[in-house]
Design a protein around this ligand. Structure first.
Ligand SMILES: Nc1ncnc2c1ncn2[C@@H]1O[C@H](COP(=O)(O)OP(=O)(O)OP(=O)(O)O)[C@@H](O)[C@H]1O
Length: 810
């Protein structure tokens, strides 16, 4: 303690700085809680109450002894005389320490028992007159015997205690004073504070030894018991662990022996039942049971287990039972086809014929139907109608992008993740061995590196062999002979030859504006009203509105985007009606721009035609026919030909041929030969992002160039198609029907066609034939005569029209 602080403390203790005077037969009492100091023991005591601190400081200063007294009730903060025990220990304060956390510790050495006789008033801490109690001499034999027992028991107890110092053991063994030993044992073994106080208060040696012995025995009992519990729990833990290990071993032994657990057995039982019920052909049932047996003797953790399991699932879930025989009612089939589709008279007729033949000869190997046409013309929905008419299920399997035989025929089971091919997958989906299966996009079948998918498809479609179709995954024959296959394609040309031979091709060329209007009125509008949650009468489309949608917002052979646009209008109406801003909506065309945006397809003819150097061609694409503008332009130069618009090789060549032809016919066309030498020619085919190829734009190229050099515009109402030869002949081309329909859609009135395509007009719908004027061309001169508004041909060109190659090349 610093000297200043000590001074302060002194001032506090005795005003004036002195030490309080305590009578000789009195002691300063330091009350403590929860500890008993025995004579002969050294104990550090923490004191933190004002009273006790003052008392301890007084003792420390006066270097006098103190009386350590246990408080009866530990909770009393400032104990009065009644709160303190009456027997305590006289102690010397060996050290007084103030710890950094400001708590005070006195290290006391117990000297002798004392008893309080009276408390003295007038002190800031308890001061009591006391009677010191001397330890009685012990030489009785009985005391001696107790001493020995106590020592033994004490050693026994100490034995249970970890970290007992050698000094302590030595002391216990050697102290010969019974009282001192009793006090030592009482203070080092675990005894309750109350019991310790009792021992302190027991002055009679015999009784004190008995009291300590008593406590020791109780303590020993507790210690033994706790050791027993300890051992028992350890034993039971060992037992559990052992049992767990044994059970694990048992499980793996059972697995090895194929005696799977109960869950496994249930699974196998369920599979067995499913196999029995699946009505499999004998060969298949045998195989399934064989696999089931293998499964039974296998651990469910084995890799093969899940493979066999999956295989059996396929076998069980595939439809094996004999399908119901068809009940074909021709009248009903006709009714269904009529109800579902507008127009398509020829198509419906051929489908009815097909069904009639099937009815008369159910087991006959009729041809496979193949619907060919651009997207959205009703191929899929015709297939669905056929299924409906026959009362069969309908599934689709797409062949687009199938490069690998395995996609059709499946992978062998030895491959990881192997599955059946898409034919078997579709059949499982349909759940019937006699469904109508539509094989889509047969023209997009790739020819593979890994086996030829079209060969696999041939086997599927061939009635001679498809009753034992083998999928690689199943590795069992599956009877496809009761299936009704229908294929679809956008382009017949791309369908592999052998497949084409097997099929009866039914072409759906696309619709005229009038047909689209009818389809929209009768089918699409109603369907979209329903799909968008509207009720009849809440929205009404006028014919003008529908026609405006057809003309200005769609350009397609089918009706798919027409249906989408009608849907968009319905959705707008649904929003307004749901919001309550409108009860019904009359669509007459004026609101279309607000709903569908600005007109998407302008009348391009009006925009482009009428200028010299522009001709309208007709092109064919897998999505139907389309019109195509050929634009030619001339700049000062030395006779180069520039071609742009992503033209393919064949189209480039026909541009070159067209230029040569124009040059050879320059005189007849009234063109000065010098014009060619002084100019570069640029031929561009707009919609530059779309690759274009093929020879059929030859006539249009020739006309564009002829018009450019003669400065005479081409008629705006005329479109043309045809290949040209260097001698000026017009050669036939494909896709006439689609091109004619495209011309009509685009508002063209006259179509120039190669003469040798004349018979293709038979397939063109009557509506188109009525609306359009057809001109047939033998030579490019016929084209010139009909494409230009005024006759430009000079007499000498008429003469050369037979096809001589002119030599007046500039
Ligand atoms: N003649 C028609 N009468 C009534 N609805 C038709 C007609 N043609 C097409 N549709 C309707 O047009 C939509 C598109 O037809 P579908 O899906 O059958 O075309 P798709 O030719 O199969 O096309 P894709 O080749 O793209 O599959 C269908 O909702 C269909 O009902």
């Amino acid at each position: 303690m610093s000297s200043e602080k000590a001074q302060l403390e002194r001032d506090r203790l005795a005003p004036g700085g002195g030490v309080l005077v305590i009578p000789v037969d009195a002691l300063v009492i330091v009350p403590i809680r929860n500890a008993v100091l025995f004579p002969g023991m050294i104990l550090p005591l923490t004191i933190n109450r004002e009273q006790a601190i003052l008392a301890a400081q007084q003792a420390a200063k006066s270097e006098s002894q103190v009386g350590i007294l246990l408080q009866r009730n530990a909770e009393v903060e400032v104990p009065g005389p009644d709160d303190l025990c009456t027997v305590g220990t006289v102690a010397s304060v060996l050290r007084y320490v103030t710890l950094p956390d400001n708590s005070h510790v006195i290290v006391c050495q117990g000297e002798q028992r004392f008893r309080v006789s009276e408390y003295l008033p007038g002190y800031p801490f308890p001061v009591a007159r006391v009677v010191r109690i001397d330890e009685s001499e012990a030489n009785e034999r009985e005391i001696e015997a107790r001493l020995i027992r106590l020592r033994e028991r004490a050693l026994e107890v100490l034995h249970f205690m970890p970290q007992v110092s050698q000094e302590l053991l030595h002391a216990v063994q050697n102290i010969s004073q019974p009282g001192a030993l009793a006090d030592l044992v009482a203070s080092v073994t675990e005894i309750k504070t109350a019991d310790r106080q009792k021992i302190l208060e027991t002055v009679d040696l015999g009784q004190r030894l008995d009291a300590v012995l008593d406590c020791l025995l109780r303590r020993l009992e507790v210690l033994r018991l706790s050791r027993e519990i300890d051992e028992r729990t350890r034993a039971s833990m060992d037992h559990h662990q052992r049992e767990y290990l044994l059970r694990e071993q048992l499980k793996s032994i059972q697995k090895e022996l194929g005696e799977g657990d109960a869950g496994n057995a249930m699974e196998i039982e369920a599979l067995r039942k499913a196999i029995d019920e699946a009505q499999m052909p004998e060969e298949v049932a045998d195989q399934a049971n064989k696999e089931l047996k293998r499964l039974q003797h296998m651990s469910d953790g084995a890799a093969e287990y899940s493979m066999i399991r999956a295989y059996l699932d396929w076998l069980v879930e595939l439809p094996w039972r004999e399908p119901e025989p068809d009940r074909i009612e021709i009248a009903e089939a006709r009714r269904v086809l009529e109800a579902d589709h507008f127009g398509l008279e020829q198509v419906k007729k051929r489908i009815v014929e097909f069904l009639a033949v099937r009815k008369l000869n159910p087991s006959g190997h009729g041809p496979i139907l193949c619907f060919v046409g651009p997207p959205g013309v009703g191929k899929t929905s015709l297939g669905q109608s056929i299924a409906r008419a026959l009362g069969r299920k309908f599934v689709r399997a797409s062949l687009g992008g199938v490069h690998d035989e395995a996609e059709i025929r499946g992978h062998r089971r030895t491959y990881i993740g192997a599955l059946p091919g898409n034919i078997i997958q579709a059949i499982r989906k349909a759940g019937s061995r006699g469904c109508v299966m539509m094989l889509d996009e047969i023209d997009k079948l790739g020819s593979g590196i890994q086996g030829d998918p079209s060969a696999a498809l041939l086997e599927v479609l061939d009635p001679e062999q498809n009753n034992t179709f083998r999928d690689n995954y199943l590795a069992l024959p599956y009877d496809l002979s009761r299936m009704l296959f229908i294929t679809t394609a956008n382009v017949l040309d791309n369908v592999p030859g052998p497949l084409r031979d097997r099929m009866e091709v039914i072409e759906l060329p696309g619709y005229t504006q009038e047909e689209k209007l009818e389809i929209a009125r009768r089918y699409l509008v109603g369907r979209q009203i329903e799909q968008n949650g509207l009720k009849d009468g809440q929205i009404d489309f006028s014919d003008a509105a529908l026609l405006a949608i057809i003309r200005d917002y769609t350009r397609e052979a089918g009706v798919r985007s027409l249906e989408r646009q009608i849907g968009a209008v319905c959705r707008r109406a649904a929003v307004s009606i749901a919001e309550g801003t409108m009860h019904t909506m009359q669509v007459d065309g004026s609101e279309l721009a607000g709903i569908l945006g600005p007109v998407r397809y302008d009348n391009e003819i009006a925009l482009r035609a009428g200028l010299p150097g522009v001709a309208t061609g007709l092109a064919w694409t897998p999505a139907g026919g389309d019109i195509l503008f050929i634009e030619a332009s001339r700049t000062a130069g030395d006779g180069k030909l520039i071609l742009t618009g992503q033209l393919g090789e064949v189209m480039k060549e026909s541009a070159q041929a067209a230029l040569t032809l124009v040059k050879t016919r320059a005189a007849g066309l009234g063109i000065q030969a010098a014009r060619f030498a002084r100019s570069d020619v640029h031929v561009h085919v707009p919609a530059g992002a779309i690759p274009k190829d093929g020879p059929s734009a030859g006539v249009a190229m020739f006309i564009a160039l002829a018009s450019l050099f003669s400065d005479l515009p081409v008629r705006g109402d005329t479109a043309m198609t045809g290949e040209i030869s260097l001698r000026g002949l017009v050669l036939p081309v494909g896709g006439i029907k689609d091109k004619v329909l495209a011309a009509m859609r685009a508002g063209i009135e006259r179509v120039l066609l190669p003469a040798r395509n004349r018979r293709d007009l038979d397939e063109v719908p009557a509506a188109a034939k009525e609306k359009l004027q057809f001109v047939f061309l033998d030579s490019v001169d016929d084209a010139v005569r009909n494409a230009m508004p005024e006759p430009v041909l000079k007499p000498d060109m008429e003469a050369s029209a037979a096809g001589r190659l002119h030599s007046d090349f500039p």
